[in-house]
Design a protein around this ligand. Structure first.
Ligand code: SIN
Length: 297
């Protein structure tokens, strides 16, 4: 391994070992741009295996200048697993497995505007999401990702030993439950507060990634209000510190979108944040999410 700006990166990240396309690291902490792949095509197994490896090594991979139909977007995602239909947010009428993340010029709230992982409150949370930019504002609307391996590994051994055995409660209740904001009139989310969001799932705070074998945090903003067998007040200081650590600037990257860009992130290894700084402009993205597995310590 060599160290580049704090990132543990193997020589193949630098492009030497990818046979089918080039992989160029994008930021010090995470992210890579892949060139030489047309995602609208029926990609063969070798190509998919290399894309998967690039995803695991870089946590979020970017493809520029893509031109995909919804069917091609879904077909690409299915190469990595079964698809996840969001349990609280309605998909597109003709494509229930695609969420249209739509922000109209007069909308004031946005979808994904806080650090989180996608639907981490499911018993088997997603492997990843593939976000395709259809229409973007002239400036603003960037998305940020953070590297949860680096955030965890940067902690002192004493702090890691203290948090390693903890179990976190994940729940959609704060965002989609009865006391949440009413999103039903928003352009993208269209979900009204519901009792159905009042369920809880337990996951280890520190999980071992099923493909890399490395340990990392598994926290997720408002989806993770407390530890098992503790109150929110008791859990708050550690949860807040872990979220602060998980999203510190040196562990992040920030992508400025162009229409046709695609970002594919490993939802088990990073958090993301959609900036809401483009009032007066439209932004339309299509998101497809791929099912994952139950987290293990
Ligand atoms: C999300 O999936 O949280 C939305 C990300 C974005 O729109 O940039």
């Amino acid at each position: 391994m060599v160290v580049i700006a704090g990132r543990r990166i193997s020589p193949q990240n630098l492009g030497a070992e990818y046979k089918r396309f080039t992989v160029t690291p994008y930021a010090g902490a995470l992210g890579a741009v892949i060139e030489g792949v047309d995602l609208s095509q029926d990609l063969d197994e070798e190509m998919i295996a290399e894309i998967r490896r690039a995803l695991i090594e870089n946590l979020v991979i970017f493809f520029r200048g893509q031109d995909m139909t919804p069917e091609q977007h879904l077909a690409f995602a299915r190469k990595f697993g079964t698809l996840n239909q969001h349990d609280q947010v309605k998909g597109m009428d003709d494509y229930p497995d695609i969420i249209e993340v739509r922000q109209e010029p007069t909308d004031t709230r946005n979808f994904g505007g806080a650090w989180h992982g996608d639907v981490t409150y499911l018993p088997e949370p997603p492997l990843g999401s593939i976000l395709y930019a259809k229409e973007v504002p002239p400036v603003g609307g960037d998305t940020l990702w953070s590297n949860l391996y680096l955030a965890y590994e940067d902690l002192s051994p004493g702090y890691r030993a203290m948090i390693d055995p903890l179990t976190v409660i994940h729940t959609p209740a704060i965002i989609y439950g009865e006391k949440s904001m009413d999103w039903s009139k928003d352009s993208s989310v269209k979900s009204a507060p519901t009792k159905a969001a009042h369920y809880e799932v337990e996951h280890p705070l520190v999980r071992t990634h099923p493909e890399s074998g490395r340990k990392l945090f598994y926290v997720s903003g408002a989806y993770t209000p407390r530890f098992k067998d503790q109150t929110e007040e008791e859990s708050g200081p550690i949860i807040d510190y872990v979220m602060y650590q998980a999203t510190r600037e040196p562990f992040t990257c920030r992508w400025r979108w162009q229409a046709g860009d695609v970002a594919f992130w490993d939802n088990r290894a990073c958090l993301h944040y959609a900036l809401n700084d483009y009032y007066g402009h439209r932004r339309i993205m299509h998101r497809v999410t791929i099912n994952g597995e139950r987290p293990v310590p």
